[in-house]
Design a protein around this ligand. Sequence first.
Ligand SMILES: [Zn+2]
Length: 358
Amino acid sequence: MTSDNRLPIFDGHNDVLQSIYLPQSGKPRSFFERTARGHIDLPRMREGGFAGGFFAVFVRSNSATGGFPGVLPDSTVTSYELPLADALDPTYARDITIKAMAGMFRLEAESEGQIKVVRTADELTATLGQDVIAAVLHFEGAEAIDPDLNALEVFYQAGLRSLGLAWSRPNAFANGVPFKFPGSPDTGPGLSDAGRHLVKGCNRLGILIDLAHINEKGFWDTAGSSDAPLVVTHAGVHACCPSTRNLTDKQLDAIKESDGVVGVNFHVGFLREDGRREPDTPISEIVRHIDYIARRIGIGHVAFGSDFDGAIMPLDLGDVAGMPKLLNTLRNHGYDEEALRSITHENWLRVLRKTWKQ
Ligand SMILES: [Zn+2]
């Protein structure tokens, strides 16, 4: 045992519900048995010190291409642009969302107390202090929500505590960025009137608004109308890797100003300066983004946003069981225990407590 195991790791984004309950291959795997498939299962979470995180419900645009609006480039390509995905049918989105949520609640029940869907900051703090994995129910895109916000009220009562305004496609509220490298996140119009109404609805209920995937105008419109800290659950730094999915310096400054946080995405294509989707990428590339954010806006505003089960991980990290390697790499780069506590969980706890208001 190393001292890593004493630091509970809370993470900004995983797609395990998609890989367990909405499998593309048609061959679901068990969450409770260790396999080499995907990046997350309960035994590997325990090995890696994973204490909790945002569990995403995501409705795929096109199942044939893994949800992406086209075929993603191979690992040698340094410049690409996928078309922006079409908007989803909201009724279809709601059906799939309910299926994935049911999956989350079944997983909670089957875990016999090992996993808990948390709804308040006190519950989150309590589970992190015990041996229970905390799951924050998150929607990656607002397609399942109607403009009158009836679904938002109901999903909130069911446990929804975090909502991404858009995935990388348009919806009634906001517009996401297309997958493009190199490229600016300023790719189109900002929030609609319904989008501003949704921001207010999230503020009123205490639902975290996630600004991952949204375009830059949508980011600024949200910054101008939300009274909660600005949060990006899984992205990187544009100055380190000029992907449309990464954050400009101005955006980082606004996140600091609002006392928000960035969860650094481990996807190699959003880490590497050349944008290549190359698994043979060192763990130190994650540290490069963390360093940049910590230096520019402070250690209190950077955290993890792995994208486990939804992206290409650095080979040396592998999966969630590899998290102690990342902590050791950070230590070797000069991060002390206090800094590691901030990054691994304290920053997320502070922002969630402020946002949820309970
Ligand atoms: Zn994502």
